[in-house]
Design a protein around this ligand. Structure first.
Ligand SMILES: [Zn+2]
Length: 240
């Protein structure tokens, strides 16, 4: 048999040859064990190196990470940031993250997509994972919690292009008043109409705290409403 030329130390792309590699079962081709610039070890077919077909381990981490006041910031190749706890760096850095079209840090594992919050919390029955502060890129554990699918919907941010700045409030142009309503278990419950937008927002808050408890996404109301008849309304809706 022809003696193999020693290629140790030769570099192809990001790959530096360490030693003879392991032939996959049934293959007669020569394989070489290489170290990638990223630190990964790869077993690569020699012809793939010499022809330039394979230039890296193919799993180089493309995200960069830095510490920001005690938690980690990951930066995607597009420069988008996502956040997680320092303790999770060891697992997060095993994957290459991008921000998916829904705004969640996501990675590809084989043909499947894996979102970061699912990697960190795993699966629990058919429960959803909720981002408490509504920031989808914030995957610090204190921001993640399991919830029933219905609770996940409660914590939805206010709809865009709504007539009111408040969630659960809209302007009724026929009535000339602000209406409050809440959706619970797929049915919409009217919470009354109000002259002041803030009153309607407060009515929503009351109902949301009642139905959704800690999962409620409450309106932040700056000025104080005048007529506090929302308590009466709440009693009515709570019988539904
Ligand atoms: Zn690599």
């Amino acid at each position: 048999m022809r003696k193999k030329t020693d290629l140790t130390g030769k570099k192809y792309g990001k790959l530096t040859i360490l030693k003879e590699g392991v032939n996959p079962v049934g293959s007669q081709k020569r394989f070489l064990q290489c170290v990638c610039d990223c630190g990964n070890i790869a077993n690569v077919q020699m012809s793939h190196l010499t022809t330039g077909h394979t230039k890296s381990c193919g799993k180089c981490p493309l995200n960069s990470y830095y510490d920001r006041d005690g938690y980690m910031v990951g930066v995607t190749t597009k420069g988008e940031e996502f956040f997680f706890d320092k303790e999770d760096l060891y697992i997060v850095r095993k994957y290459n993250w991008f921000i998916n079209d829904k705004g969640y840090p996501s990675t590809k594992v084989g043909y499947k997509h894996l979102v970061l919050h699912r990697l960190l919390l795993g699966k629990l029955d058919r429960k959803h994972i909720d981002h408490a502060n509504l920031v989808k890129s914030d995957n610090r554990r204190k921001n993640l919690r399991f919830c029933e699918p219905i609770q996940n919907c409660m914590n939805r941010p206010k709809r865009k292009n709504a007539s009111s700045i408040y969630k659960g409030v809209h302007w009724d142009k026929y009535l000339g008043k602000w209406r409050a309503r809440i959706t619970y278990k797929q049915s919409t419950i009217g919470l009354g109409s109000y002259a002041l937008e803030e009153e309607a927002a407060l009515a929503y808050n009351k109902a949301a705290s009642f139905y959704f408890e800690e999962f409620a996404n409450l309106n932040v109301i700056e000025s104080k409403p005048l007529n506090l008849d929302y308590q009466h309304k709440l009693k009515v809706v709570s019988l539904v």
